[in-house]
Design a binder for this molecule. Sequence first.
Ligand SMILES: *Cc1c(COP(=O)(O)O)cnc(C)c1O
Length: 474
Amino acid sequence: MSLDDGGGESAEGRIGILKESDREVYELVKKDGFEGYHKGLFGALAEADVEVYELVEREYERLGNTLILQAAENRSSRAVLAALGSVVQDKTAEGFAGARMHGGCAVVDEIERLAISRAKEAFGAKYANVQPHSGTAANQVVITAVLESGDKILSLGPGHGGHYSHGASVSFTGKFFEVDNYFVDEESFLLDYEAVRKKAAEFGPRLIICGASTYSRVIDFGKFREIADSVGAYLMADISHISGLVMAGAHPSPIEFADFTTTSTYKPGGPRGGLILMGEAYDRKVEVRGEEKAMLEHIEAATFPGMQGTIYLNHIAAKAVFFKEALSEEYKSRQFRIIENSRRLAGGLAGLGYDVVTGGTDNHLFLVNVANSREGLTGVIAQKALEECGIVVDMVGLPYDNRPAGIGSGVRFGTPIITRMGMGDDEMDKIAGMVDAVLREVVIVSESEYRINESFRDRMRGQVRDFCRGLGAG
Ligand SMILES: *Cc1c(COP(=O)(O)O)cnc(C)c1O
């Protein structure tokens, strides 16, 4: 495997890919560029900085030789990488298409408009803001757009699936707002909508946040809407993890239920970045800090100059490329396959005696309580031992888990990348067997220390590498 079959195409190759797969974005990138710059884009890195070049190459090798079962990662297309690495990155612009603070924006205005119209189409939304630098930034924009400092936020508790940017005390969202949490049911680990309703009535939040990083079941956005209406709160749905499924119709959409829908754009397989969407009510007039204006105007003012300065136009070009991909049948059917693979792998592990949290999954991820599965095993040991053997997962704390952060009782498995590599039922069964083989081989020393037989480890690593290569992992 060489860099050339993946992200590191020669410059002409990279731009050629964009030309083939996305003519519209290609034309725009081309207009803003100059040919010579593209020649040897990746070669230029090798020439100028062999240290970084070699690190990039090592990362590329790692991606190709390991089995990545992480739920929060995906693999972007070469066309997305080409747009990210284009000269559009050099353009400085503030403000929104048609209302910039800088000159020379005619082409990038078209790029932003294209990204917006494709995002709206992909999500069935009436409004899209493609400017947030990340999912966290998208949440910050919404929160500062509609809340005044000291206002109340009700969100899913950390450790139960809520994200830091939903008001964790360590995040700015927890420092300037009054935050309370709802939790999953203690027995079933499922969202308990009655408990959310009660908490909302007692607390009286101005904003309710739903959406999670470690929840494997369907989220009922309609129920959250009813609860928000019952207390006169805004509803924000953060679908960072499931937005690919939502675009494909493999998970119900929050667009018409939530006032604001936010997502990261890399988790569903696009470039790093964030997105804010709204449904029919995007131009409803609301008052914030004594100022009445349309919701979109509040959102845009909070984006710039509220939260961000100049925008990442190369990322916006790459978002445009990605939303076009997301509209394809290949992408949509892959999202259903991701869920089938997730169910198959969870079922395989359950069959081998592992405690799958909530008993299964409806989406791209599932959690295993490894501490319940084997005496003495913890999340951190499982993660480290698996990684030594070439299998990459994330340890997680589980709801009502009283182990210290950094140890955890759980592991989160996700299937976006292995599905992207073309894997199906047979591979899921093999992966379940490999995970089990590693976890059975581990000799537990303490909560965070373990030993593993070196020849077993080397054999396993080779087996994983062959398994990935057999599928053309690059
Ligand atoms: C990953 C994630 C985010 C953060 O996105 P970044 O782009 O990494 O900032 C926000 N919310 C949820 C629910 C997430 O899972």
